[in-house]
Write a protein that binds this ligand. Structure first.
Ligand SMILES: Nc1ncnc2c1ncn2[C@@H]1O[C@H](COP(=O)(O)OP(=O)(O)OP(=O)(O)O)[C@@H](O)[C@H]1O
Length: 259
C-alpha cells in the first residue's frame, strides 16, 4: 500500500486554510509519526487520509486510487477508546467484520487471533467498562486492525494514559506493527513518543499547517527502552523538540500571544 498526498489543502472557513501544500509519500509498512503545535492540523491530516474529510484542493491517493470516503482499508483509533459499552470485548473487535458481512467462522478466528495478539484473550466476554484505560485502548486498536486495514491511523492513542501504561503501550504498538506489517500514521503531542516509535517524524508548521520537516529516524531496531536512553535518541528528541517549540512560538507571535 502506498499513500500519497498531492498538493493537499484543507479549509474549514473559506480563505483560511488549516493545511496547505501538503505533499507526502508514505511507503507500504512505514511507521510515520506526526508532531506539531496545537492547532497545526495534525488531526485534520489524519481525517483526510481516513476519508472523514475531503481536501479543499489536491488529492489523497491509496495505491493510486483517490480516497473519497472512509473504508475498511483504513483503521482508526483515537485518544479515547470509544468502544461500544454494551458489546463484549470480542464483539467490539468483531464490529467491522460483522458490518462487512464476513462469515462467522472467519470472523471468530480473526477475533481470536487479535485478542491473543493484544493479550486480552481472557477478557473476550467482558464488557469494556470493566477494563483499565490501557486495556480499552488495546481493544480499540484490535478493532481498528480487524478488517486488516492497509493503513492504521492513530490520533493520540496513548494521550490519556498514565506514564507507565503509556510506555507499555508504546512497546505494544511497535510489536503489533512488526507482527501485522501494516502502515502506521500516528499523531502525537509527545515528541519523545514520536521519535521512539517513528521511522519518520513529520513536523507540521502552523498558519497554515505544512510539513516543515520530514526526519528519518535511524535508531537501532527493535526499539527498546535502552534505545530511548542512548545519546543518539536524546539528541534527536532535542532537535525535534526545538523545531516544535519554534513552530509554537511562531504561531503565538502571529496570533498576538505573549511568550
Ligand atoms: N470540523 C471543524 N470545523 C471547523 N474548524 C475546525 C474543524 N476541525 C478542526 N478545525 C480547526 O482546524 C485547526 C486544526 O485543527 P486540528 O484538530 O487538525 O489540529 P491539531 O494539530 O490536531 O490540534 P491539537 O494538537 O490541539 O489536537 C484548528 O484551528 C481547529 O480549530
Amino acid at each position: 500500500m502506498s499513500l500519497r498526498l498531492i498538493d493537499v489543502s484543507r479549509e474549514y472557513v473559506a480563505g483560511k486554510p488549516v493545511l496547505s501544500g501538503i505533499d507526502l509519500a508514505i511507503e507500504p509498512g512505514e511507521f510515520v509519526t506526526v508532531v506539531g503545535a496545537s492547532g497545526s492540523g495534525k488531526s485534520t491530516l489524519l481525517c483526510l487520509i481516513a476519508g472523514l474529510a475531503r481536501p479543499t484542493t489536491g488529492q489523497v491517493l491509496l495505491d493510486g486510487q483517490e480516497v473519497l470516503g472512509p473504508g475498511p482499508d483504513r483503521g482508526m483509533a483515537f485518544q479515547t477508546a470509544s468502544l461500544y459499552p454494551w458489546r463484549s470485548v470480542a464483539r467490539n473487535v468483531a464490529f467491522g467484520l460483522e458490518a462487512m458481512g464476513v462469515p462467522r467462522d472467519v470472523r471468530d478466528e480473526r477475533v481470536r487471533w487479535l485478542l491473543d495478539e493484544v493479550g486480552l484473550t481472557a477478557f473476550a466476554g467482558t464488557l469494556p467498562g470493566k477494563l483499565s484505560g490501557g486495556q480499552q485502548q488495546r481493544v480499540s486498536i484490535a478493532r481498528a486492525l480487524a478488517c486488516q486495514p492497509r493503513v492504521l491511523l492513530l490520533d493520540e492513542p496513548f494521550g490519556a494514559l498514565d506514564v507507565q501504561t503509556k510506555e507499555d503501550m508504546q512497546l505494544f504498538i511497535r510489536q503489533i506493527w512488526q507482527d501485522v506489517g501494516t502502515t502506521v500514521v500516528m499523531v502525537t503531542h509527545d515528541v519523545e513518543e514520536a521519535v521512539f516509535l517513528g521511522q519518520r517524524v513529520l513536523v507540521l508548521s502552523s498558519d497554515p499547517g505544512r510539513i516543515s520537516q520530514d526526519i528519518q529516524v535511524d535508531l537501532p531496531e527493535p526499539r527498546t527502552l535502552t534505545v530511548r536512553r542512548s545519546a543518539e535518541f536524546l539528541a534527536l528528541r532535542a532537535r525535534v523538540e526545538d523545531l516544535v517549540r519554534a513552530e509554537h512560538r511562531a504561531h503565538q507571535a502571529l496570533n498576538g500571544h505573549a511568550g
